[in-house]
Design a protein around this ligand. Structure first.
Ligand SMILES: NC(=O)c1ccc[n+]([C@@H]2O[C@H](COP(=O)([O-])OP(=O)(O)OC[C@H]3O[C@@H](n4cnc5c(N)ncnc54)[C@H](O)[C@@H]3O)[C@@H](O)[C@H]2O)c1
Length: 290
């Protein structure tokens, strides 16, 4: 398959990542179907598209015609079968739970055309832990977008040992068509490039907080004003979801047995309280007044 053969893209999951990845594809000319099991989330994703596109026109980033075309390119459905039946390329963005992803890829293998490439947007789970449930492991890879996917340029294209050169090349080229900056990981490693670097920073920031060395606000300030980071660890965790930080820690522990990778006590506390960050109105910071 060549990148030019990709016409139809399906995005599985319309949450934090999926609703933006699907809109990104639609804006760049792909017939895109976004699917989720949760009707409310789908409605929110559709409402986002209806608000975002005119906003881009107002800002002069899209012409009215481009916005209209993008809107016409994207559809929303709760039927997985309907969403993927004509897909040339699938991007899965459901919860970071291995068993769920394995189940979805098993279904995708049956429901998609045989030529379709099946990508996971997982933040940490390598595709070799998923590809074996399909009959086409050479077409299953990690394609890791960053949050917010409409804005962040980086995409990690991860070529595990089972992934064909063709799949990696086509995926890399697709990212360029989406106006992203792809990087090619020649080996698969849990957490990929940037999340491994961030994990080290996050571990240290949490240790400093939990040892009472500084408040989370001051740790964030140190990163922003001393290192030039656009936001500190705690603000970033609120944006990406503290639930995701928790789940990733649990998954990393399950995958390796390494207790040092378990989520730290303050993250567990937030998770148990349901304070996940921006999406719940409260995380490290309070968003209820915004
Ligand atoms: N949040 C981030 O900053 C970020 C960044 C990069 C990658 N990721 C990865 O992207 C993936 C999605 O993360 P998110 O933050 O968007 O999660 P999210 O919780 O916001 O959204 C996940 C969505 O998946 C849906 N879902 C669950 N089971 C489903 C099924 N069987 N079929 C269809 N939809 C289903 C849920 O209803 C939910 O809307 C995860 O693998 C995560 O690791 C997240």
């Amino acid at each position: 398959m060549k990148v030019e053969d990709i016409k139809n893209i399906a995005v599985i999951g319309a949450g934090n990542m999926g609703h933006q990845i699907s809109l990104l594809c639609a804006i760049h000319g792909y017939k895109t179907v976004c699917t989720d099991i949760n009707e409310e989330i789908l409605k929110k994703a559709e409402a986002f598209a209806d608000k975002y596109l005119p906003g881009r026109v107002e800002k002069g980033k899209l012409t009215e015609e481009q916005a209209r075309a993008a809107r016409a390119n994207i559809t929303f459905t709760s039927s997985l079968e309907e969403a993927v039946k004509d897909a040339d390329y699938v991007i899965e963005a459901v919860l970071e739970v291995l068993d769920l992803k394995r189940k979805i890829f098993k279904d995708l293998d049956k429901l998609t055309p045989p030529h379709a490439i099946l990508a996971t947007n997982s933040s940490a789970i390598v595709s070799s832990r998923i590809a074996d449930v399909t009959s086409r492991p050479e077409k299953v890879l990690n394609l890791h977008f960053f949050n917010p996917a409409l804005v962040m340029k980086l995409v990690e294209v991860v070529q595990g040992p089972h992934v064909s050169d063709e799949t990696a090349l086509v995926s890399f080229a697709l990212c360029e068509k989406l106006d992203k900056v792809p990087v090619h990981l020649k080996k698969e490693v849990e957490g990929f490039l940037l999340n491994r670097i961030f994990a080290a920073i996050t571990r240290e920031a949490l240790w400093l907080l939990e040892m009472g060395v500084a408040s989370f606000e001051d740790i964030d300030k140190a990163q922003v004003f001393g290192a030039g980071h656009p936001m500190g660890t705690f603000r970033l965790m609120d944006l990406t979801g503290i639930d995701l930080t928790y789940i990733m820690g649990m998954e990393a522990f399950r995958a390796t047995g390494d207790r040092s990778l378990l989520p730290s006590p303050s993250v567990v506390e937030k998770y148990v309280k349901g304070e996940y960050g921006q999406k719940t109105g409260k995380g490290w910071y309070d968003y209820t007044q915004e």
